[in-house]
Ligand binder design. Structure first.
Ligand SMILES: [Zn+2]
Ligand SMILES: [Zn+2]
Length: 196
């Protein structure tokens, strides 16, 4: 990849797509965080139905890789990146579940509210906490779409969170190192206005 930008390329827009019963508020909160933290335009699209054959009949969870593949095949204009939002349980083989998943440097990330709607002890958090969690996951997965790797700094958004407790400790912040990598990726991937 070269560091040159194409002056004819349109302003990159991130699409947030809710699937089925996902509350619109959650999609809008994600879009607001994407534009607020990454200075990218973000659009919330109308809800869609979950692609068939992505439910694993044995696990009764949705296969994250199959979902990403199915969404990549949906003709969605020329969006720079797509964040698909679900309220069903997602998994990848070897893991009991995932909060979200994205292919490194890919176009489509998926995020689910399913595991974010309860605390580790099973009690229910207030709804603003759930929205905060889903926004953190979305920014983390978008980081992967911009080719960022996991970060050792446990306050950074690119830190890997296996549980809601660690996720709650993460701040709404990319560390210095990740922020530099993000800005580099955005310069290469699409023209943006000055980094914040
Ligand atoms: Zn990750
Ligand atoms: Zn970091």
């Amino acid at each position: 990849m070269t560091g040159t930008t194409n002056p004819n390329r349109a302003t990159p827009v991130v699409a947030v797509v809710p699937f089925e019963r996902v509350p619109t508020t959650a999609a809008k909160v994600i879009a607001a965080h994407v534009s607020g933290y990454l200075n990218l335009a973000a659009e919330t699209l109308p809800p869609r139905t979950i692609p068939p054959d992505t439910l694993d009949p044995g696990r009764l969870q949705y296969n994250a890789a199959s979902l990403i593949q199915a969404i990549e095949a949906i003709p969605l204009k020329n969006y720079f990146k797509v964040i698909a939002l679900f309220d069903v349980d997602l998994f990848i083989p070897l893991f009991t579940h995932v909060f979200g998943e994205a292919r490194q440097n890919g176009r489509v990330a998926i995020v689910s509210l399913f595991r974010l709607e309860s605390h580790a002890d099973g009690s229910s958090p207030p709804s603003d906490r759930v929205l905060e969690r889903v926004a953190k996951i979305a920014l983390h997965e978008l980081g992967h779409l911009l080719n960022l790797l996991h970060c050792d700094d446990d306050r950074c958004l690119m830190h890997f969170s296996g549980g809601v407790d660690t996720l709650d400790q993460t701040t709404f912040n990319f560390c210095r190192y990740c922020r530099t990598a993000l800005h580099r990726a955005l310069r290469q991937g699409g023209p943006v206005t000055k980094p914040p």
